[in-house]
Design a protein around this ligand. Structure first.
Ligand SMILES: Nc1ncnc2c1ncn2[C@@H]1O[C@H](COP(=O)(O)OP(=O)(O)OP(=O)(O)O)[C@@H](O)[C@H]1O
Length: 252
């Protein structure tokens, strides 16, 4: 594979195995995501979706195999500004009192420049992200004092503020009301039109459903389906033991 083909892949997961608590959670996962694709990661509770996402963003390490982002192995990847990540649950405040504005603006700064004041354009980007999730009136509020759905909206704003090339979303709209899900889907649609790659875990895609062009189903730490969204979304929630000869289903 040439270098340019490598970098045309936003995410390359090769023979990835991850162990947690001494137990294999992911086993031999292969997944290639081209730039501009919108991929849903589906599967029952405990199938390994969050573990895969966390390994892709470098929060967990591989026992075997590797993950590359834009052609670079994750341990050596430094362009984190190109990646927006919404975790499954609130971790943004991390026990430290932080305002909505601080959490969203942290999406603009690499660790090294954490305490550099924001430039005017960056302030504007934070304001726009807060508008997008309909939270401008809460900019000075402590994140810890918001409702769960409002906290999730803050995390969405943080992921969108840097206008990343790759958005990695772990149940981004869990607990978020339908109107806000729609706003979020519209924001994602607009970015997808500009070429942003999206990888999203969800149990209920809601208004995001129409944006998905491929889905991947995990079962007990392995990929069992990789193909067009329709069939997989049906099967992911029905009986995991079917599959048979339909396209996209892989033998496990
Ligand atoms: N820190 C940990 N230590 C040990 N086992 C873990 C740890 N985190 C997750 N696991 C186990 O790994 C498996 C996969 O968990 P993971 O969170 O990736 O699943 P998931 O598909 O995202 O589930 P859900 O749909 O419920 O969010 C589960 O069996 C879980 O118990």
């Amino acid at each position: 594979m040439t270098r340019s083909e490598d970098t045309a892949k936003a995410v390359q997961v090769t023979d990835l195995s991850v162990d947690l608590g001494g137990r294999p959670v992911l086993r031999g996962v292969d997944l290639q995501i081209r730039q501009g694709e919108v991929v849903a990661v589906l599967g029952t509770n405990g199938s390994g979706k969050s573990t895969l996402i966390k390994t892709v963003v470098g929060l967990l390490s591989a026992a075997r195999g590797e993950v590359r982002l834009f052609g670079t192995p994750v341990p050596r990847f430094r362009q984190w500004r190109r990646v927006g990540y919404v975790p499954q649950r609130i971790t943004a405040a991390g026990g430290v009192p932080a305002t909505v504005y601080e959490v969203v603006s942290s999406g603009l700064l690499s660790q090294r420049r954490m305490f550099t004041p924001l430039r005017a354009a960056q302030k504007q980007a934070v304001d726009e992200a807060l508008q997008l999730v309909d939270m401008p009136d809460h900019r000075k509020d402590a994140v810890a004092e918001l409702s769960g759905g409002q906290q999730q909206r803050v995390l969405i704003a943080r992921a969108l503020v840097s206008d990343p090339d790759l958005l990695i979303l772990d149940e981004p709209t869990a607990g978020v009301d339908l109107a806000s899900q729609q706003i979020f889907a519209d924001a994602i649609r607009e970015r997808v039109a500009r070429g942003t790659t999206v990888v999203m875990v969800s149990h209920d895609l809601g208004p995001m459903d129409a944006l998905i062009d491929r889905s991947v189903v995990l079962r007990r730490g392995r990929i069992v389906y990789d193909g067009p969204p329709h069939a997989s979304q049906t099967h992911a929630h029905v009986h995991p033991h079917t599959g048979g000869d339909e396209p996209g289903w892989l033998s496990s």
